[in-house]
Design a protein around this ligand. Sequence first.
Ligand code: ADP
Length: 312
Amino acid sequence: IFQALILSRIFTENWRQAKLEAEQLAVAKSDFLSVMSHEIRTPLNAVIGTAYHLMESDPKPDQVDDLKRLRNSSENLLSLINNVLDYNKIESGKIELDQSFVSLKSYCETQVSLLQPLADQKGIVLKLMCDQDLPEQVCIDRTRVGQVLTNLIGNAIKFTSEGHVILRVALLRESDVDIDMRLEVEDTGSGIAAKDIQKIFGAFEQSNNSLTREYGGVGLGLAISKKLIELMGSTIEIKSEPGIGSKFSFVLTCQKMDEVKLQVQSKEPVDLSSLKVLLVEDNEMNVLIAKRQLEKRGMQVVVASSGAEALA
Ligand code: ADP
């Protein structure tokens, strides 16, 4: 009995130690990813900003293609880094939703129009179909919903070689204060085999087909989308048939804007040109890019390189 007790104590102690080490390792991994991604993002923003600036500065015709390649590649790299950073944030529970009212129809139109060039390049029809009776203003986290939609529509275009991609927004239920709506992305693409369906929602997982290899990607988009949708209190659903196409959907419950507020909402575009802006930023490259962009819109910019300098 005595020996058994000693053994069990040794075992428990070893197990506790191993668990502690594993937890410390997970925190170290997560911190490393956050710091690295952040450090890479800052200079990359400068590269993208400079590429945009050069494209707008009347480049020679033979430089236009090179500049486009520079801009597209650096934007792809940025989106990859953002995904790694986001996945890490979500895993460690550091993402909080930031809800605000949006005009639903024009919000969806913008999301679709951002991906229109991709669909045009492939000769695919990209359409938005909204139910007529959707309320004008609803409360959502525009960044996170946009991230999920961009991801789902982007994948749909990527894995479709002919036919269409449709974003459908359907009203399922409406009360005085809120609504349930279904957002669905339908494509006529390659579809996904039943055995791969659960797998593709895992991080760094892709279905094993030649299209996936052809188009690259690292397999983080759906893992992030699934977690974001869960954070919004919903679940992602998928229906897919190989060779026919796929439908990814989720239902959101959103608050509606009440009638009084709706009427006082200004429809006038805001003129920013008379503003004086205090830009607080310590990275010289970022200052250069941000200053150029603000000044182009007619704003007067004063720069401070630290919080203390800004306050002074
Ligand atoms: P990535 O697109 O970077 O590979 P995702 O997590 O967005 O990562 O997608 C994971 C995998 O799921 C893809 O590689 C692809 O195999 C499959 N997939 C996602 N969306 C579709 C779709 N609309 N049609 C066919 N396959 C898809």
